[in-house]
Design a protein around this ligand. Structure first.
Ligand code: SF4
Length: 370
């Protein structure tokens, strides 16, 4: 089984914290859609005929495309790759792009999951972050998706925002629960270099949330969402039973995927490659018939470290039996101090982080690397 990721780099405007590759040059959308279809033809053998289980349109803001443009790309994928086993077809949307007509049209081209960047239900913080929507628009967008028959809706939240208190985040979590979505992703704000937010921090114009507050927010989030009926299945991801993101889960379990579009990554279990994060370079290379990309071949050590890093982010953890015996033994030796402190838990052949240790997972996981 395999996945397909389609990067749509267009945004109506840039949010101040965003480090993703995106552009406001939406006039290139039609040309870009043609390039995606052409790239698919040029790279049709990348997945070696593997059936595709998930397709994910991410960005940027995929909902800056019309449903017809998204449908064109889906038709091209359908006619090029094996979609007989397709389970999940997600499109990321911005709440203020959502109308009943838009969602019905997405549904009619096969979309069965919508992921919405809500970030917070606090209007003051939304304005500060340069988001385009209000809290009321986000709730209305969720209602429209639900009423249009999308039975799998995910929202993204952020915590650790400047000026956000524990009480404010508590209200966001409770509002998210009241919205009756099936999936919530919630990330701690990071200050990416070369963003306006990073510059404001460097100029001393804002006070970042301290680590202690972020840790309290993480604990509150785990507890509130669990009490609300959500499973915590990955550091930043929560779902109602049965509604985990099949697409994102395939990144964590090493499933191959084909990434289409500027800045999209592809992975075939032995190497990783990525297209240029530049619209003009991407378009020119595809239109010339020679897709440009950088490539990294993964050594056995890289593959081991990736496996540890990705599997320990999940509640399921790592099945030690998938590693050769000498690697199992050396891993358990490195893991000993964390096992003694209860930060790592070993049950039969399974190794996982405790929920409270997930917040500091990076520092634990990096000490387990080869
Ligand atoms: S809408 Fe998403 S991709 Fe676009 S600037 Fe904002 S956070 Fe970045």
């Amino acid at each position: 089984m395999a996945g397909v990721y389609v990067h749509i780099p267009f945004c109506a405007r840039r949010c101040i914290y965003c480090g993703f590759f995106s552009t406001v040059r939406q006039e290139e959308a039609a040309r870009y859609v043609s390039a995606l279809c052409r790239e698919l033809e040029l790279r049709r053998d990348y997945l070696c005929g593997e059936p595709v289980r998930t397709v994910y349109f991410g960005g940027g803001t995929p909902s800056r495309l019309t449903p017809e443009q998204i449908g064109t790309v889906i038709s091209a994928i359908r006619s090029t790759l094996d979609l007989e086993s397709l389970e999940e077809l997600t499109v990321e949307c911005n709440p203020d792009d959502i109308t009943p007509e838009y969602v019905s049209a997405l549904k009619s081209v096969g979309v069965n999951r919508i992921s919405m960047g809500v970030q917070t239900f606090n209007d003051r913080l939304l304005t500060f972050m340069h988001r385009r929507h209000t809290a009321a628009q986000a709730l209305e967008a969720v209602r429209i998706c639900r009423d249009s028959g999308i039975g799998n809706i995910s929202i993204d939240l952020m915590y650790g925002l400047p000026g956000q208190t524990l009480n404010m985040f508590d209200r966001d979590l409770k509002t998210a629960l009241s919205a009756q979505v099936q999936h919530i992703s919630s990330y701690c704000l990071s200050y990416e270099e070369d963003t306006p937010l990073h510059a404001l921090k460097e100029q001393g114009k804002l006070q970042p949330a301290d680590d202690e507050l972020c840790s309290q927010m993480f604990t509150l989030m785990c507890q509130t969402l669990r009490e609300g009926g959500f499973e915590h299945y990955e550091i930043s991801n929560f779902c109602r039973p049965g509604f985990h993101s099949r697409h994102n889960s395939s990144y964590w379990d090493g499933t191959p995927y084909l990434g289409l579009g500027a800045a999209a990554h592809s992975y075939n279990q032995t190497s990783r490659q990525w297209s240029p994060a530049n619209l003009d370079t991407y378009l020119a290379s595809i239109e010339n018939g020679t897709p440009a990309f950088d490539k990294e071949t993964l050594s056995p050590k890289d593959r081991f470290n990736e496996k540890i890093m990705l599997s320990l982010r999940t509640a399921q953890g790592l099945n030690l039996h998938t590693l050769p015996l000498p690697q199992q033994e050396s891993l358990l030796t490195s893991a000993k101090p964390f096992l003694e402190r209860g930060q790592l838990i070993k049950e039969n052949s399974n190794l996982r982080l405790s929920e409270s240790a997930l917040f500091i997972s990076d520092s634990i996981i990096s000490t387990l690397f080869e």
